[in-house]
Ligand binder design. Structure first.
Ligand code: ATP
Ligand code: MG
Length: 444
């Protein structure tokens, strides 16, 4: 892609309306454009990043055996009346009437819709467990939309739902999602910590929020620091080992303010291990048993001929919020350098030829290098503008491709001036650069 052709409305300075660095950067490099309060259009750079995050989320859902579906954004009020949430949800729900005066709504979440699909499709314990997910826009008329897409009114969410025959089986499903969340956030190069959470309007009694640390986060958290050293390398989805994995995390005190209890915190966490800070919620998982299946009569036939309500859980990831969360974690706003993890970077590598008037040699060299990189499945951004060198680099640092090749005096013959963003330059041959980046991609 040529920079001159990229639709990227870059601003010279930070927009004054943005209070946190992710919102600043996203407006500054034209990743998004506000349409109205809490509602955004996604422009090429931002959309690319979000799509890459979505794909990682999808792959990790598929790996635990979840099946992708797509439910609509607009739902009928009938099913919400059955569950009792039509009244409970209050003003956060956007309610609409169609031309027949039927009450519809823009889905804030999909427990009712998926329960309706389940109850009219499956009847036997033999078809369980079922793990279904979709990645779809949601609307919540948040009282205070802010921080750009971090707390939007319209936002993109992956929500999954599990259906099981018993509590025990349902905990197994829960643990599969627990693991898949740890894996997902790791691939996004984020340290997301599972924390015991309140269930809020979703209901139920087992729940974890996945939180990344950030000063600008809206959740206050209280943890035992040692939880940050844990790692999960489970490769098999074996019942007991998944149970052990969750226990390993649950042995450390780690909660958000809703569940915080000062006395307990001080009793179970020694002073040197206490950490009180702020974080961003990027995912949330719930187990709520038969809360919806009972209200909506979603039952299954058990082996002995008995019937029971199917046991359900739900599992959300804020896909659009993650774009902001990654920026909060990786943007060096003092030096104005965005370090996208390679797994979600809008471009793998930027080529910066120093172009003087009427001298197209450096640009030609860049075009040739780009051909090789593209052959090796790399996504390349070429700065073909005639701006001065320092403003070119400034721009590329904001866009944040993890690697840069600078084609000027120092790139002579076979050796190219190569840079990992924010680090010192090295002189490497193109073959070595390709090998290096490929290796980085494979560890992801
Ligand atoms: P919050 O506490 O931040 O309001 P929530 O608990 O209401 O979130 P859930 O119902 O758990 O949200 O939704 C699952 C995920 O969707 C959240 O973990 C978060 O990442 C994302 N999310 C929720 N609300 C928003 C929003 N207004 N804008 C962007 N992402 C959101
Ligand atoms: Mg939540």
């Amino acid at each position: 892609m040529l920079l001159s052709k990229l639709f990227i409305p870059i601003l010279k300075n930070n927009p004054s309306e943005a209070k946190i660095k992710s919102h600043q950067l996203m407006l500054r490099v034209g990743m998004i454009k506000q349409a109205s309060a809490g509602i955004y259009s996604w422009l090429p750079l931002g959309f690319k990043v979000m799509k890459k995050i979505e794909e990682i989320v999808r792959q990790e859902q598929n790996k635990i055996g979840a099946q992708e579906i797509l439910m609509p954004t607009i739902q009928s009020s009938e099913i919400w009346k059955e569950s009792g949430r039509y009244e409970d949800y209050g003003e956060e729900m956007l309610r609409i009437k169609d031309r027949q005066k039927r009450e519809m709504l823009y889905g804030p979440t999909n427990e009712e819709q998926v329960t309706e699909i389940f109850r009219s499709s499956l009847k036997s314990y033999k078809s369980l467990p079922q793990l279904l997910y979709h990645i779809q826009w949601k609307f919540r008329d948040e009282i205070r939309p802010r921080f750009g897409i971090m707390r939007g009114r319209e936002f993109y969410m992956k929500d999954a739902y599990s259906f099981d025959v018993s509590d025990e089986e349902a905990f197994y499903s829960y643990n599969k999602f627990f693991l898949s969340y740890l894996r997902t956030f790791k691939r996004l190069s984020l340290t997301a910590i599972p924390m015991a959470a309140d269930t809020g309007p979703i209901g139920g009694n087992l729940s974890h929020e996945f939180i990344i640390l950030a000063d600008t986060g809206e959740s206050k958290i209280f943890t035992d620091k040692r939880i940050f050293d844990l790692n999960s390398n489970e490769t098999e989805l074996e019942k007991n080992s998944l149970q052990q994995m969750r226990k390993k995390y649950e042995q450390y005190y780690s909660v958000t303010d809703e569940k915080f209890n000062k006395e307990e915190f001080e009793k179970v966490v020694s002073e040197e291990n206490r950490l009180i800070t702020k974080g961003i919620e990027v995912g949330h998982i719930f187990y709520f048993g038969d809360k919806y299946s009972k209200a909506m009569s979603a039952s299954i036939d058990l082996p002995g001929g008995k019937k029971d309500f199917v046991k359900m859980g739900s599992y959300g990831i804020g896909v659009s919020r993650l774009v902001g969360a990654i920026i909060e974690a990786k943007y060096d706003d003092k030096n104005e350098i965005m370090k996208w993890p390679l797994s979600v970077a809008p471009y793998d590598i930027a080529l910066v030829p120093m172009i003087n008037k009427n001298d197209t040699l450096a640009l030609e060299k860049a075009m040739n290098i780009s051909k090789e990189l593209i052959k090796n499945n790399m996504d390349v951004l070429i700065d073909d503008t005639e701006e001065n060198f320092s403003s070119k680099i400034k721009k590329m640092n904001l866009i944040g491709a993890p690697y840069q090749i600078i084609i000027g005096k120092k790139s002579e013959g076979d050796l190219l001036e190569f840079k990992e963003i924010g680090k010192e330059t090295q002189n490497l041959s193109l073959i070595n650069i390709i090998e290096f980046i490929k290796k980085q991609k494979n560890t992801n």
